[in-house]
Design a protein around this ligand. Sequence first.
Ligand code: TRH
Length: 360
Amino acid sequence: MLWDIFCKVIDNFGDVGVCWRLAADLAARGEQVRLWVDDTRALAWMAPAGCPGVTVLPWAPAPRTTGRPASDVLVEAFGCGIDPEFIAGIADRARVTGANPVWINLEYLSAERYVERSHGLPSPVLYGPGKGLVRHFFYPGFTPRTGGLLREPDLGARRSAFDRAAWRARLGVAPGGERLASLFCYEPAALDGLLDQLASAGQPTRLLVTTGRAAAATRALIEHKNRRHPLWEKNSLLSISYLPELSQIDFDHLLWACDLNFVRGEDSLVRALWAGQAFIWQIYPQDDAAHHRKLDAFLDWLQAPASLRQFHQVWNGTSATALPAIDIAAWCATVATARARLLAQDDLTHQLLKFARENR
Ligand code: TRH
C-alpha cells in the first residue's frame, strides 16, 4: 500500500522521532511511505542514512496531491491537522474512484484506561472538505486491546547480536568497572539530587548526557556545584561525558549499553522498555497536570515496586521528597517482566497494517 504520514513538529524530537520510526518500519515490511514533515532538521542526525521506501516531503505551505498517486492510507500523527486543501483533493478523488483511503489519527501513548475504550473508534467527517470520509482513532498502548508499541521485527535479533562489552570498552569502561547511565531528560528539579547521589554512591558512575536540554541542565548544575564547593568534582565518584546527537540506531545502542537509562517523552520510553535495562521516565509535562494521571497509570501497568514509583514521582516533580536510593537490580527485574508481557503482544506497525487492510 501507499501511505501518507503527516507530522508537525511541536517541540522536542518525539513527533518526528515516532513518525520516522513508523515510516521506516512500514517500508521495511514492503510498504511505500510518503512522510510529510513541517520541520525536517532533526532527521539529518536521527536518520542520516534515510530509508529505501520512505520519501520525506516538505509540508509547506500545504502538501500537494496534484500529480501524485493517491495513497491508500493517511496517518495523521498526534492530531496534527492535515491541511483542508489536501483533504479536499482526497475527497474529490474518492468521489471519482469510489475508493476511500483509510484515514488514521495516530494518538499519543498512554497507559490510561480510556485508551482501550477509544482504540479503533471511527469518527465520520460530517462537514468540511473531508465530508463523507471516516477518520479512525488509533491508540498505541501497553495492553492487547490497544494498538501496541513500535517494535521492528528484527529488533530482538539486533539487540541479541549487540556487543555490549565492546561498546563499553570503546568508552574505556572495564568489565565490572564504572556503572554506566544515560541521561535524556528535560530540566527535572531532582537532577541536582541525582548528581549528588551518583557523586557519593558506593560505586563510580559514568553519566552519558545526551545533547540539548539534558546537557544544558547538567552543565549548569555542575558549574554551580563547582562554584559553591570547589572540591565537589574532585571528591566525586561521578564522571560525565557529553554526547553528540546520535542516530536513532545509535541511541538504541546507548540504551542497550547502559545499566540505567533516564528517558523522556514517548519514543525513548518505548526504546527503554525494549532495551530491558533499569530506567526512569520523565513524562512530557502538560499545562493541566494531566501527565500526573498518565504517569501513575504507567507505573501501575509497569507494576513498579515502591522505590521505582517513588523515584519517578520525585523525578517528575509530583513528590517533593528526596530521591530514594537507586536500585538497579530490582528495577531491571521489573522492566524484564514488563518487557516479556509486551513481547507477547502484536507490535504497532503489524496492527496498523492489519487495521488498514481490514478497513479499505
Ligand atoms: O524529544 P521528546 O521529549 O519528545 C516529546 C514527546 O514525544 C512528547 O510526547 C511530545 O508531545 C513532544 O515530544 C512534542 O522525547 P521522545 O519522544 O523520546 O523523542 C526523542 C526522539 O529522539 C526519539 O526518537 C529518540 C531520538 N533521539 C535520537 O535519535 N538521538 C539522540 O541523540 C537523542 C537524544 C534522541
